[in-house]
Every structure is written in structure tokens, then in C-alpha cells.
Design a protein around this ligand. Structure first.
Ligand code: ADP
Ligand code: MG
Length: 143
């Protein structure tokens, strides 16, 4: 079913600071099913590839260093309208602009260390999920 999954990453600073449990609880309470999840680490090459769309922007190098600076939780989330609904609960890229109660408002440190990644389209949700997870690591509701 198109549109029912999104991909998320709990970024290094949030993991390092013990926020992963609270973020995962918030995700589940918001009606998302975790259908795949693991702790992993992005190499510099992984981070460069993952954020290649931002190559050339002033924050790119620093973002790549940050994203490869420590372990991250990666996960596939299932829900109707997953991409848009997840973007809603994570809030604005800049935590200062994020709405009260959103994950970034609650747990982000800065615009770079903004606690979580969330896919921006169904196409990217598929691509990002496939980059990190094999099919045997997924437990969708209707499998
Ligand atoms: P989002 O994660 O909300 O989709 P973008 O795709 O625009 O945001 O940016 C990817 C990531 O790059 C952001 O989550 C953030 O970590 C980082 N980033 C974006 N803009 C900036 C900026 N102006 N300064 C530092 N880091 C930034
Ligand atoms: Mg983005």
C-alpha cells in the first residue's frame, strides 16, 4: 500500500543524551507501528550518500560529520498517511520554530542536532527504508 510507511532516524546527539526511549514512546503514542528498528552507525560515506541532496549547501560537511559521530536508531514506521503525519509530529526543522509538543520542540538541541529525521515523500520513504533494512527485518501489520 503506497503512503503507509515512513522512515525515521533518531540522530546521534539524541541517542547520546538518552532521549531515544522518550522519542520512541512518543512515536508509538502518536499511532505509528514500528515495523523495523535497529541501532546502527552511519559511516561518513553513508551520511554523504543519505544527505547527497544537500551537497553544496553551507551546512552539508558539518551535517555529515554530525550524522556519523555516533550510533543512531533507524526505523520504519507504519500508519495511514505516514509521511505527512510523521512530519507533523516531528515539527519544523528548526526547533525554535517547531510547535509545542512536537518531537523536535521537546528533544532537539539545535537546527542541526534536531533529534530525528523523517522522510519527505513516499518515494524517499521507500528508498531510505531499503537502504537500511532487508525484507526479513520488517514486520508489517498485514504480513
Ligand atoms: P528536514 O530534516 O526537516 O527534512 P532538511 O531536509 O532541509 O530538513 O535538512 C536535513 C537536515 O540537515 C536537517 O534535519 C538538519 O539536521 C540539517 N540542517 C538543515 N538546515 C540546516 C541549517 N540551516 N543549519 C544546520 N543544519 C541544517
Ligand atoms: Mg529532509
Amino acid at each position: 500500500m503506497a503512503g503507509n510507511i515512513t522512515f525515521t532516524m533518531i540522530k546521534p546527539y539524541a541517542v547520546k543524551n538518552g532521549k531515544a526511549g522518550s522519542i520512541i514512546a512518543k512515536i508509538i503514542e502518536s499511532g505509528f507501528r514500528i515495523i523495523a528498528m535497529k541501532l546502527t552507525h552511519l559511516s561518513k560515506a553513508d551520511a554523504e550518500y543519505f544527505y547527497s541532496i544537500h551537497k553544496g549547501r553551507p551546512f552539508y560537511e558539518s551535517l555529515v560529520d554530525f550524522m556519523s559521530s555516533g550510533p543512531v536508531f533507524v526505523a520504519i514506521l507504519e500508519k495511514e498517511n505516514a509521511v505527512a503525519d510523521y512530519r507533523k509530529i516531528i515539527g519544523n526543522t528548526d526547533p525554535k520554530k517547531a510547535e509545542e509538543g512536537t518531537i523536535r520542540k521537546l528533544f532537539a538541541e539545535s537546527v542541526q542536532a534536531n533529534a530525528v529525521h523523517g522522510s519527505d515523500s513516499d518515494e524517499n520513504a521507500e528508498w531510505e527504508s531499503n537502504y537500511f533494512f532487508s525484507h526479513r527485518e520488517r514486520f508489517p501489520a498485514k504480513s
